[in-house]
Design a protein around this ligand. Sequence first.
Ligand code: PXG
Length: 458
Amino acid sequence: MKTTKEIQAIDSAHYLHPFTDHKSLAEKGARIITKSEGIYIWDSHGEKILDAMSGLWCVNIGYGRQKLVDAAAKQMQELPYYNSFFQTTNVPAVKLAERIVKLAGDNYSHVFFSSSGSESNDTNIRMVRHYWATLGQPERKVIISRKNAYHGSTMAGASLGGMSYMHEQGGLPIPDIVHIEQPYHYGLAPTQDKDAFGIEAAGWLEQKILEVGPEKIAAFIGEPVQGAGGVIIPPKTYWPEIQRICDKYNILLICDEVICGFGRLGYWFGSQLLGCKPDLMTFAKGVTSGYIPLGGVVIGKKVAKVLIEQGGDFNHGYTYSGHPVACAVALANIDILEHEGLVDNVRNETGPYLAQRFAELTHHPLVGNAESCGLVAGLALMKDKAKHIAFDELLGVGMMCRNHCFSNGLIMRAVGDRMIIAPPLVITKAQIDDMMHLINKCLDATLDELQALGLMHA
Ligand code: PXG
């Protein structure tokens, strides 16, 4: 067995990590995560850490679930792989497609599988353009997305996303993708009535449609609640108005449910809570609780009918579309979500409890706003919350706070100066109390550091 330092040296020499500045990582060495159970992970020093991010928004049923291990092992023995390309299929993929359609509701009939959220959004772009071309409107190519959205890291996923620092690398966005402003009430218009702001923010979609020309637009895509952008929870008026506008101009609506799907907001899909009926829904992450890669698109009846009856060959697919082992694991994961009533529990018990406890954080001198939806939550660190003055971005106050979390056994993420969490859906109320205790401790440590640096008054 190698020592932590030896593994860090090899990591640094050979492993290029996602979204990482390797020069600075090499100086301190990566933290090596070695084991896990429930809502906790451990590092190679034996440090126990409360994982309030569910890995990367995905370990919905928590760590250490033997049923998923057994499902994978059984499927690997029976049929570890076969493709669905040449008029073949496999039983786990068939069962999972049927199951996901049932969870999605009456509006949906089919599922297309991939292995990730990014791939699924690539599928979405090709599918909606193929849909319109099939209907004799090939000029409908433009997809409207939002600033600060996250839709993945492939050429298409990153183009759909609204992260300017991603667009700066690799010549993005690809053509025919445009962005509107996000519905971030606290950040953009904190003094405006929230519901009125929601209607106004949805109106930016209509403005963009008219600017580009409705006859050129294929679809609008959005995360029900923006995740990687800092947990931006839209006003409740937003999504119904988006739906109305899409209907008015006959534009397809895509909800990217990669984070919100599979129980995160207390419903199987976030759109079921937020009041819209997307034509397509992207999923990944929670479908297998991250135990194995799987993603896909749930396809509404309207789109599926055109693709199936008139579309001919859809020249698109992945080696691992409908991978039998991934689908078997997903089925076992959905069994657990159902048998343990986890989705209902988020809706009726832990979600409301987190909302109440998280909102208390607004009493902390650093916290300007703190809100949650189901089991995602975000807070804004502010220099002077009464006057709505943010910190200078260059100070990296969010990172400062994250570092305190890191050394206090808590995984909480920083997105700029927003601190965000998305704990496993199995978290209990007592564990929420433990988590809140740690969050308060880390906020206090951040405040102490800012005061010691003279960046905030005592
Ligand atoms: N859509 C959404 C809404 C996502 O959150 C993707 C698509 C892409 O999924 P894949 O499986 O291709 O990664 C995501 C992924 C972060 C972070 O910093 C978030 C994601 C991925 C990596 C980092 O919070 N979300």
